[in-house]
Design a protein around this ligand. Structure first.
Ligand code: IPE
Ligand code: IPE
Ligand code: MG
Length: 236
């Protein structure tokens, strides 16, 4: 079982278009898929789930869609926070909060504070997040904390990354059929196992999750070394 699952929740717009509905309906259905997935991961004992909800680049979408997504944050926190808090979920937000409205930031802060002492699954929502942003902000914060440029090593950068409280993701799932990272956890996914599925995010369910977990269980994670099986053959 992976300790940390990351998901690029993609395909909301296409899910809605196929139903001749506005894209906003796809995002709404995507929230339901997220709540189901959080509960499914918690039931399987996965300690960390990180989801990509809004990328640094998603501001380039039509203004109407962007403001719809911001409103969806407010209604989602309003509707689902209590339920997730009762289930022991701890919510964390990562991303550049400076460009986000006060209202949305307040909702995120409320979600973090209401769940900060929970001991169950840690749900990290990447919002106005970009992997490149994360590396830059980590370097800046490390230098501001007094790390000298010549001492800025991988460990110092990693300590200041926004997900420093979690192990690197073991498994990254992307729904929606695209096979790219789209500026998600660039540093942290150096050795992450990737799973791509054509399933559109609003259709994601336990069957799809188990498919990804079964695929992960079959992977031989070598981290640059020779596999156990390979070294056994060499020694024989
Ligand atoms: C992912 O679904 C949600 C966000 C990026 C906010 P999309 O909105 O990208 O859906 P598609 O990829 O256009 O179908
Ligand atoms: C990635 O999806 C971002 C999120 C799921 C939040 P996009 O739909 O923005 O990615 P691209 O544009 O297809 O690469
Ligand atoms: Mg997309």
């Amino acid at each position: 079982m992976p300790r940390h699952v990351a998901i690029i929740m993609d395909g909301n717009g296409r899910w809605a278009s196929r139903r001749l509905m506005p894209r906003s309906m796809g995002h709404k259905a995507g929230v339901d898929a997220l709540v189901r997935t959080v509960e499914a991961c918690a039931r399987r004992g996965i300690p960390y789930l990180t989801v990509f909800a809004f990328s640094s680049e998603n501001w380039q979408r039509p203004q109407e869609e962007v403001s719809g997504l911001m409103s969806l944050v407010l209604s989602t926190v309003g509707h689902h926070l209590g339920e997730l808090a009762r289930k022991g979920v701890r919510v964390r937000i990562v991303g550049d909060r400076t460009a986000v409205s006060d209202k949305v930031n307040e909702a995120w802060t409320r979600a973090e504070q209401a769940t900060q002492h929970n001991q169950g699954l840690t749900l990290t929502v990447a919002f106005n997040y970009g992997g490149r942003w994360d590396v830059v902000q980590a370097c800046r914060r490390a230098l501001a904390a007094g790390v000298r440029p010549e001492d800025l090593d991988e460990a110092a950068v990693a300590r200041h990354l926004s997900l420093s409280y979690a192990p690197d993701p073991d498994l990254l799932i992307r729904t929606g059929g695209e096979m790219r990272i789209s500026n998600f956890l660039l540093w942290q996914s150096a050795y992450t196992e990737l799973h791509f599925t054509d399933c559109l995010w609003p259709d994601f369910n336990e069957v799809e999750l188990d498919r990804a977990l079964q695929s992960y269980a079959r992977r031989d994670r070598r981290f640059g070394r020779v596999s156990e099986a390979g070294s056994a053959v060499r020694e024989a």
